[in-house]
Design a protein around this ligand. Structure first.
Ligand code: GBH
Length: 448
């Protein structure tokens, strides 16, 4: 079988500011909630802090050449809010924005299309200290920052994503405490942070549009729970579709439908967030595209005895994982999430904005990194993308996570997600076997 991809398929690579830039305090940048979090001993594996990291801040030209050599057509990166507004609000720091002007110009000069994520978790400390995502002030500040960035970049950047993975900068930080700011708060407050994240997305989307020419496209990047039929019968497929809509009630379903599902309202009872109808309208502002970050599956089976007609099938203890406990293997998830987004909300422009995995990468004496497991992971997911495209689902592009090994949040530098190996002492970049697979797949426009 020939796993040919559609013509004009957009082959990309993704990173995020805090994870790859290093030089976090350079040129007048302010502190962020994540920098503060890293500085608390015991929060991040090995007490790693990405002050130097992969240093894309100084090595961006080299990284652009690297992408060019792999045939990558689009680069998804994020802007560090604390570089642009060191205090979160108020006076901008022109030197901070200058870095992104240089990066954008370098990408365009080399034929690579920039896709900008406005907010990928690094919140200015000043805003965190005033309540962070517990406060709608943060949602409004995000919109002001997004509008400013769009006004400066939208002559050259035509694709913006408002925020990356609302659940990770809200619940993971305020409920689980595993991410910044490291708090464990009550369910009502946590629900409020999630809602305020959705509100921030809607306000930012409108602010970007108000500050851009008409050819600019704006969307969201989300990591929905990937509900996968345990196997492909009409009953299990129907159950998984239903579960996908209900289990993503807090974010994606809310943003696409503009109201809370009945199931969510019943489950939350007195813990519903404070909201207004006009905010819900803002949250559900139609988008130009939807970005999906796909990592791991949730298996669903039809079950007439369960209240909603479906149940989650727990994974067996021996279900394989990709070198990190949470990342269970399930490449079929990419197809089903794309398909359910089309079927439920009639999405017109879908992108896989992240997909990838860590591996126990080692440089051989010959200077190679033979990451056969990552190659397998990427190939099987890309076959799912190909299946979706062949079914007529409008999936327009794919961004591998990640271009480079980088700072993997609470897991620090020990988890490597790159298709390019980074030696953190010398900063030397070495394309892994998976990068060669990706390069050749791009060149063939077919999954190899
Ligand atoms: C994405 O999040 C992020 O957008 C990206 O920045 C990140 O580097 C990449 O994925 C790889 O992780 O340790 O059991 O508490 C993916 C969603 C949510 C997955 C939080 C890991 C922590 C699980 N992540 N989750 S646990």
């Amino acid at each position: 079988m020939d796993y040919r991809m559609p013509e004009h398929f957009l082959w990309g690579a993704a990173t995020a500011s805090f994870q790859v830039e290093g030089h976090l305090e350079a040129d007048g940048a302010g502190p962020s909630n994540w920098l503060d979090f890293c500085r608390k001993p015991g929060t991040v594996a090995n007490d790693d802090i990405p002050l130097v990291g992969a240093s894309q801040y100084t090595l961006y030209k080299e990284d652009v050449q690297l992408m060019k050599s792999l045939g990558i057509k689009a680069y998804r990166f994020s802007i560090a809010w604390p570089r642009v507004f060191p205090e979160g609000t108020g006076a901008p720091n022109p030197k901070g924005l200058d870095y992104y002007n240089r990066l954008v110009d370098e990408l365009l000069a080399n034929g690579i299309t920039p896709y900008v994520t406005v907010f990928h978790w690094d919140l200015p400390s000043a805003l965190e200290q005033r309540g962070g995502w517990r406060s709608k002030e943060t949602s409004r500040a995000l919109a002001d920052y997004a509008g400013y960035v769009a006004s400066k970049l939208s002559d050259r950047v035509k694709n913006f994503f408002t925020v990356n993975e609302i659940i990770c900068f809200t619940a993971s930080g305020y409920e689980a405490g595993r991410f910044a700011p490291g708090l464990k708060l009550d369910p009502k407050t946590v629900n409020q942070t999630i809602y305020n994240g959705c509100l921030g997305h809607g306000l930012a989307l409108n602010a970007i549009r108000a500050n851009s020419p008409a050819d600019v496209r704006v969307g969201l990047v989300d990591n929905p729970l990937n509900c996968v039929p345990v196997y492909e019968t009409p009953e299990h497929i129907e159950a998984a579709r239903k579960a996908f809509r209900i289990r993503n009630s807090r974010i994606l379903t809310l943003i696409r439908e503009g109201r809370f599902t009945d199931e969510y309202i019943a489950e939350q009872g007195g813990n519903m967030p404070d909201f207004t109808d006009s905010e819900l309208k803002t949250i559900a502002t139609p988008m130009d595209c939807l970005g999906l970050n796909i990592y791991t599956p949730e298996h669903i089976a039809a079950d007439p005895a369960s209240p909603y007609g479906y149940r989650t099938v727990p994974k067996s203890d021996s279900h394989p994982a990709m070198n990190v406990e949470w990342l269970k293997l399930g490449p079929e998830s990419i197809y089903w999430t794309l398909r359910f987004c089309k079927e439920l909300w009639n999405e017109k422009n879908l992108y896989i904005t992240e997909n990838g995995c860590p591996a126990a990468d080692r440089l051989t004496p010959e200077g190679e990194v033979l990451d056969t497991d990552r190659l397998m992971y990427l190939r099987e997911h890309l076959r799912g993308v190909q299946r979706a495209a062949a079914d007529g689902i409008p999936v327009k592009g794919y961004f591998v996570w990640s271009l480079l090994d980088n700072f993997e949040w609470a897991d620090g530098f020990q988890k490597r997600f790159g298709i390019v190996y980074v030696n953190y002492s010398t900063l030397k970049r070495t394309p892994k076997l998976s990068a060669k697979f990706y390069r050749d797949t791009i060149a063939a426009n077919a999954v190899l």
